[in-house]
Design a protein around this ligand. Structure first.
Ligand code: SF4
Length: 380
């Protein structure tokens, strides 16, 4: 817990929390995982939403959340589901380790706690896939614990309110300490959600709407005219670029060759089209890494996708392959079944690109085939 009245920046944290909660009662966002006023929050929905919202926008997470809770309405149902089903349902949302951890966490909560999430942030943080932020968010929102989860939105509000001028990530300890000054609070769950809402809708990154802000009178950055420049960030270094060749082998009946990625690591357990190794440097020369012999032809253009630590460029090679047996570690998937596979965003782009490069006779034979929904979608 921090100093509740910060002399240097002149911020009365208790008064700010009161103003913020009054604003939240008027302006809170309606979100599918959020309890309505007077309702008890459901820890399962809070946890599921917080995992989905790691690295993902609210707008992108909502349809996934709705589908997940319709199919798996509680943690016991999710724990009983095969991992493959969860990966398929997660496909397109990106950061697939989250889906694997989601499943592991559900199993742990089902097996060790009889389906009841622990209430304390420390116990939550010991569960698979739950870091300090998610633990604090679930503890505060679902159980009313005295915690302030500091995500990107909250970080921005706090850095501005106290005019913390250090660059990120060096500023983070100071930001966390200042966020703690809001505690103790009578409504810690609402306070956390109010800070998130304020950062998402008013105290936005480029153009904070200070005239509409309930914290305007207390805000040190606003008073000094430096709000839009905070929090300061070190310039980003350019992402390295990896390149590879990806292979679209299409059988006479339209089935396409796929394989499963190794269970751990990037896109672990997801479905992909065979490709050469993704590595920095030039594209591999010719279809040397093709999964089977065929008359491969390179399609014009390149598929680009940005991951958190590197950018990927894929040359797409396509072949019509008759009816060969699938090479070891691969399988053919019927064209109609491809959309139901656990295809990450980058592979959806590959599918769209390869289909656009189909020979005219194949296009005319199968006019109804389309790229799966979400082609060209989010970073994984
Ligand atoms: Fe953000 Fe402006 Fe509100 Fe300060 S006054 S918290 S900068 S929106």
């Amino acid at each position: 817990m921090g100093n509740r009245f910060d002399d240097q920046a002149g911020v009365d944290a208790a008064a700010a929390a009161t103003d913020l909660l009054a604003w939240y009662d008027r302006a809170r966002r309606t979100l599918p995982w959020r309890a309505r006023p007077g309702e008890r929050p459901d820890p399962y929905r809070v946890w599921l939403s917080e995992v989905m919202l790691q690295q993902t926008t609210v707008a992108a997470a909502i349809p996934y959340f709705d589908r997940f809770v319709a199919r798996w309405p509680d943690v016991m149902a999710l724990a009983a589901a095969p991992l493959d089903d969860i990966l398929k349902a997660w496909a397109g949302l990106g950061y697939y380790a989250r889906a694997r951890n989601l499943h592991a966490c559900a199993r742990h909560v089902a097996g060790e706690f009889g389906g009841a999430f622990p209430a304390a942030a420390e116990a939550l943080a010991a569960l698979p896939g739950i870091g300090p932020y998610t633990a604090a968010a679930v503890a505060a929102i679902a159980f009313g614990a005295q915690a302030v989860p500091v995500d990107g939105n909250v970080e921005r509000v706090v850095a501005r309110l106290w005019a913390i001028g250090d660059e990120l990530p060096r500023a983070r300890p100071a930001i966390r300490a200042r966020a703690g000054a809001f505690l103790p609070c009578a409504r810690p769950g609402d306070l956390a959600q109010a800070l998130m809402d304020l950062g998402a809708t008013v105290c936005t990154p480029r153009r904070p709407d200070c005239p509409a802000c309930p914290l305007r009178a207390a805000c040190a950055a606003h008073a000094r005219g430096i709000a839009a420049g905070l929090p300061r960030r070190a310039p980003r270094s350019a992402r390295p670029v990896r390149r590879a060749a990806a292979f679209w082998a299409e059988r006479e009946d339209g089935a396409v060759l796929v394989r499963r990625r190794p269970p751990r690591g990037l896109l672990g357990g997801m479905t992909e089209f065979p490709s050469s190794e993704w590595r920095e440097g030039a594209f591999p020369a010719g279809p040397a890494a093709a999964p089977l012999p065929a008359r491969w032809r390179r399609l014009p253009g390149v598929v680009r996708h940005v991951f958190s630590h590197f950018a990927l460029e894929l040359e797409i090679w396509r072949a019509e392959v008759g009816t060969p047996p699938p090479p070891s570690g691969t399988r053919f998937v019927a064209a109609q079944a491809l959309a139901g596979e656990a295809l990450p965003g980058v592979m959806r782009k590959v599918a769209a690109h390869a289909r656009a490069g189909a020979p005219a006779d194949r296009l005319s034979r199968r006019p109804s085939r389309r790229a799966p929904a979400g082609a060209g979608g989010r970073s994984a």
